[in-house]
Design a protein around this ligand. Structure first.
Ligand SMILES: Cc1ncc(COP(=O)(O)O)c(C=O)c1O
Length: 397
């Protein structure tokens, strides 16, 4: 018999078991993974309504906004951000973007792709955008939309949003916020801070897998969506269409129910833990990790007053191979940490403590593995100092 030229050997799936202590995805909760293995629901099944209601109330709670406008969207987190920009903006609209890291750049790119005229307020990597400076740029001429990242995973810095939110509100500029890293991990107040559209993901502090974005938006943003005369260039990322299909009664279709199971289960875990408790847990784990890294003699990157808890950006010591250490952590310890983007590439590692991994046990595992690996590069370290300091800090927080 002639061999089939298209036949290839397809092995059964066997992904490696790793502790994901990078910039995300983090390990998913077991309950979330089990939920995804449940049978998909057919359109029109009463279970679909229940699932939608559960997701809708869970999103309101985690974004802290009592708004009827919100939905999940299967795709990378940036699919949510792109849907927001594609749907709110029309060609030529003026947009002001605060940029203090890689994900601010992403907002600029997405807005430009949808025809906006983008102006930027930049801050150097390691700092946040000065709210006063940002606010002065909101006048003459007024931008239709301002956009900024709440916590930038590339630099580990948190952006204060309250003042910016109020100023945008006062002068009728919409404010879009990327909360992909911060959602579920630190305080985010969509309604109280007057944020008009906020986008998040599932794979960082919410304890789910990548592939599920979510968005919530305000009455003001809804008014802009409703007034729009020409549909956006993207048919798939048209928020009006997505919202109509999410809210349709009776439901005719609901794509990818396993991903919705994941989101619903993750939100239910957040509710059982309590959102404030979850923020506190991320705070404790992040503070412990940072204390441990410093006690090992490593230097943290960025303005210490504005570091996020859920990711720690640590400088690579002299004479040490940045990729070499990551590889050895993976090979010898099954622990993943991540490299950096842009100006920080090769200079820092990004170590996350997010979602289910925002726990002392995971923090101590990464610190002791890192100590062992760095010792093999002859970095002089006091044995056990990192683990000791992390533990003490965790118990004190
Ligand atoms: C702050 C921030 N925004 C946006 C994204 C994009 O997420 P995704 O890769 O799921 O599109 C990320 C991913 O790391 C992020 O950290």
């Amino acid at each position: 018999m002639t061999p089939d030229p298209f036949a290839a050997r397809l092995d059964p799936l066997d992904p490696p078991r790793r502790l994901l202590m990078g910039s995300g995805p983090s390990n998913a909760e077991g309950r979330v993974l089990r939920a995804m293995a449940q049978p998909p629901l057919p359109p029109g099944h009463p279970g679909v309504e229940r699932l939608r209601d559960q997701v809708a109330s869970g999103l309101k709670a985690v974004y802290r906004a009592d708004t009827p406008y919100g939905l999940p969207l299967q795709g990378a987190s940036r699919a949510g951000l792109e849907a927001a920009l594609a749907s709110l903006l029309e060609p030529g609209d003026r947009v002001l973007v605060g940029v203090y890291g890689h994900f601010g750049e992403l907002l600029c790119t997405l807005a430009q792709r949808h025809g906006a005229s983008v102006e930027r307020v930049d801050a150097e990597w390691g700092a946040h955008v000065d709210p006063e400076l940002f606010i002065t740029r909101l006048t003459a001429p007024r931008p239709k939309l301002a956009a900024i990242v709440h916590a930038d995973t590339s630099t580990g810095i948190l952006q204060p949003l309250e003042e910016i939110g109020r100023a945008c509100h006062a002068q009728d500029t919409l404010l879009l916020v990327d909360a992909v890293l911060s959602i579920g991990g630190c305080q985010l107040e969509t309604e109280a801070w007057c944020l008009d559209m906020v986008g998040g993901g599932l794979q960082k502090c919410l304890g789910g897998p990548p592939g599920c974005a979510s968005l919530v938006w305000s009455e003001r943003a809804q008014a802009v969506l409703s007034r729009r005369r020409r549909p956006p260039h993207s048919a798939y990322l048209d928020l009006r269409r997505l919202a109509d299909s999410w809210l349709a009664q009776p439901r005719t279709s609901l794509a990818a129910t396993p991903m919705l199971y994941a989101l619903a289960e993750a939100l239910s875990i957040v509710q059982a833990e309590g959102l404030a408790e979850r923020w506190k847990r991320h705070q404790r784990a992040g503070a412990a990790l940072k204390a441990g890294l410093q006690a090992m003699g490593l230097r943290l990157f960025g303005d210490p007053r504005h570091r996020v808890p859920m990711i720690s950006i640590v400088e690579v010591p002299e004479g040490v191979s940045e990729p070499g250490v990551r590889q050895q952590l993976l090979d010898d310890h099954g622990i993943e940490i991540m490299a950096a983007f842009g100006p920080l590439r090769g200079r820092v590692w990004r170590i996350g403590s997010m979602g289910v991994n925002a726990r002392l046990e995971c923090v101590l595992a990464v610190l002791s593995a890192l100590e062992t690996v760095l010792a093999s590069y002859s970095v002089r370290l006091e044995a056990g100092a990192g683990v000791r300091a992390a533990r003490e800090r965790f118990l004190r927080e």
